[in-house]
Design a protein around this ligand. Sequence first.
Ligand code: PEP
Ligand code: MN
Length: 351
Amino acid sequence: MIIVMNKSASNKDVSDVIHRVEDMGYQVHLSRGTERTIIGVIGDERVLDSQTVEQLSGVDKIVPILKQYKLASREFHPENSQVKVDDVVIGGDEIVVMAGPCSVENSDQVLEAAVTSKEAGAKVLRGGAFKPRTSPYSFQGLGEDGLKLLKEAKEKTGLPIITEVMATDQVDLVARYADILQIGARNVQNYNLLQAVGETQHPVLLKRGFATTIDELLLAAEYILSNGNYQVMLCERGVRSFDTKYTRNMLDIMAVPILKELTHLPVIVDPSHSTGKWELVAAASRAAVAAGADGLLVEVHPDPEVALSDGRQSLKPKTFAAMMQQIKGIASAVGRTVGADRTVEREMVTN
Ligand code: PEP
Ligand code: MN
């Protein structure tokens, strides 16, 4: 449930209510909006003495949250949540672009991807070290060596790192190197893993699975939130469809405004895995920005033809820079910005 305070409630009213509810054995989550202050109550609501709380000074009303997910819901936290990674803010005015290779392959590859992506305006470096591959015979990632290469690229470029963690026993290791923990599509309902990343204070990017409903995604996020980690972002990365001839997955673009309505958590779109083809990535990115995404997760490789994974959908640095130019205009049309450290010339999208 949430306690909605009166507009005129004083700071003392708010802290008195918080203390009272905490004394009853509940945890609280305070959300101070520009319009109103809301106190979220976490715990077994069936035994809460709501009449007493309703009579406290400054309380306007008590609203039960009927949805199964509570901490993830907009009712619980009406303002957009922001996730902070070093000096990057995700969920604010700026659309944050995270870019880099599908897999970390070697030092030159990851560094070149990092430097060129940064020049084009990316704010976070992506790269997989533990890879969830469909076939056990495919490249499985460099493991900890890959994490070290990401860290080196961070030292040289200053870009914070997002990388995937696949198992509970990897969480400590990956968290030593990564700034953002990525939970991949295949692990969206791995509840032990969600609980383990929920016990860290690391930002988490939770990817929707290819057959995950929006409510299932929000309940998966609830596992992380309910373990005390509020630094959570959601990622739409395409769902499985009947037509796999032209795209690898189907980008569910409506998931973006729907999620923005249902939850306060930042929403990221992955235009690479949702299309599977580099030539569709710019269009998917433009659509995502227009639909209200807070960020993009894009695969960029200096030489996609020789990539050890997902080369077909990876942009070359030049194409990525051209795409970044295209989304700037769309971002400004929807009242957002896309950061760039320097202006890159507008050019045709050819990979
Ligand atoms: C990835 O980002 O490299 C990845 C494996 O994505 P997904 O989990 O969405 O397939
Ligand atoms: Mn990939």
